[in-house]
Ligand binder design. Structure first.
Ligand code: 13P
Length: 340
């Protein structure tokens, strides 16, 4: 294992307060988001959208790495330039989603386990050849009556650790994503408890599989009440609950924690990340960063709507969200930034 390469990549992804842009929606997820906005669900529409993203002027000022999907890493701009080349020239390190999706977990109604370990070593080697230097695997944990089960937590933690070890062997930094999803009526405290248990189990498995913590990145959920809960915690309450949960569960050797946005409104995701950095940044062993998909892309997608004439305005919206999140890493985001 080339630990120096892994450490260098992890450092580069988050240098200068940058973060990650997740643009790795599977075709199914991307099509669902297109459908809502009346955008055709075709290979060409998905290609055009990804070209819009990677050609956004100035994106590399705030984005250190972009997570691609298998279809996207093989695609080109209209003029034939590979999208990976466009990213590298913009100073953005290409990454790749390598799980093959969360499927029903046998014997565990309402729960899922993420698949994709079979043949993963060969796929990782191919992606490395194509220019990827980091990878992502997402596990999905639901909170509900009697959920999550121990079987679900353990199966997902084990798969995350097996994936992470294979990534490190192939020279790719594993972005380990155990997502406790926001669906449901659960409280902030319940989310904190489940997130903590998932993280402790994941790090125990990562240790067992000999994953080197200095060469990985954690991509967790923020600690939040469920989407159907009526509770509306303040920014400071979310910041305290999230950081305290991680201080108890995430080893100090991990270089960076890059949050997913999970369906929060884009501005709120920036404000919450900002609050964490304002209150805790100088006292934490890891960087607190972002790896958002919807909280960076959604406003731009809603402006684009599949129309060429809207590309420039959509790119400005994308650039703006990325910039807001970079400011949030410094603890310098302000709602006034949104009045443009
Ligand atoms: P969201 O930020 O939209 O939650 O997506 C992050 C991600 O990459 C999910 O795997």
């Amino acid at each position: 294992m080339n630990l120096q390469l892994l450490k260098d990549t992890a450092k580069l992804l988050f240098a200068d307060n940058k973060g990650l842009l997740a643009m790795d929606e599977s075709n199914g997820t991307c099509n669902k988001r297109f459908e809502k906005l009346g955008i055709p669900q075709t290979v060409e529409a998905r290609r055009a959208y990804r070209e819009l993203i990677v050609t956004t002027p100035g994106l590399g000022e705030s984005i250190g790495g972009a997570i691609l999907y298998d279809e996207t890493i093989r695609q080109q701009k209209n003029d034939g330039t590979p999208l990976v080349k466009v990213l590298i020239e913009a100073g953005i390190t290409p990454g790749i989603k390598v799980d093959t999706g969360a499927k029903e977990l046998a014997g565990h109604p309402g729960e899922k386990v993420t698949e994709g370990l079979d043949g993963l070593r060969d796929r990782l080697a191919e992606y490395f050849q194509m220019g990827a230097r980091f990878a992502k695997w997402r596990a999905v944990i639901a909170i509900g009556r009697g959920l999550p089960s121990w079987g679900c937590i353990e199966a997902n933690a084990h798969a995350l650790a097996r994936y992470a070890a294979l990534c490190q062997e192939e020279g790719l930094v594993p972005v380990v994503e155990p997502e406790v999803v926001m669906d449901g009526e659960h409280t902030l405290e319940e989310c904190c408890e489940v997130t903590g248990e998932m993280l402790r189990t994941a790090f125990s498995e990562l240790f067992a599989q000999r994953v080197v913590l200095e060469g990985m990145v954690l991509k967790p959920n923020m600690v939040l009440p469920g989407m159907s809960s009526s509770s509306q915690p303040t920014l400071d309450e979310v910041a305290d609950a999230t950081v305290n949960c991680f201080l108890r569960a995430v080893p100090a050797a991990v270089p960076a924690i890059a949050f997913l946005s999970g369906g929060q409104p884009a501005e709120l995701a920036s404000a919450r990340l900002n609050a964490m950095n304002v209150r805790f940044k100088s006292r934490l062993p890891w960087a607190l960063a972002f790896s958002f998909a919807r909280a960076i892309q959604q406003p731009a997608l809603e402006i684009w709507k599949g129309q060429d004439d809207n590309v420039s305005a959509a790119q400005q919206a994308l650039y703006h969200r990325a910039l807001c999140n970079r400011a949030a890493r410094r603890g310098e985001y302000d709602a006034a930034m949104e009045k443009r």
